[in-house]
Design a protein around this ligand. Sequence first.
Ligand code: ZN
Length: 139
Amino acid sequence: MATHTTPRDEVRTPPARLDIFGFEPTPARVEVIPRSRRWRVSKALTNLLLAWLAIPIVMFIPPHFPWVLAAFGIGIFRAWGYYKQRFTLVSMRGRCPKCAHELAVEKPTRLGEPHRMVCPNCHQTPVLAVDVAGLPAAA
Ligand SMILES: [Zn+2]
């Protein structure tokens, strides 16, 4: 899920590596933003509210019910995604442990725990392991 960054966000560069079982892990350079509980709750509620506010509008579009269901579901899906977003992955650069193909993340997204990627070259799924333990928790 894409998300936005603002100049106030504190970007951190913790140690990280790309792992595929059976191959030597490769180092990765990452930028992450720790997200506070307040930020996550506020983003979750905003997204839930916006999607649910669309329900009285989309219910007039035939065939009615699927749109209502979609707006209801999208609200919950997006809210849950923001609520779980303890860290935003701003960028990542590394090489696939199997084929050494260059892998990159350039659009901010939620850092999955674990964060799986797909190598477009060998179609393996390296796991991006970010050492977030050393990061101070966001207020
Ligand atoms: Zn690969």
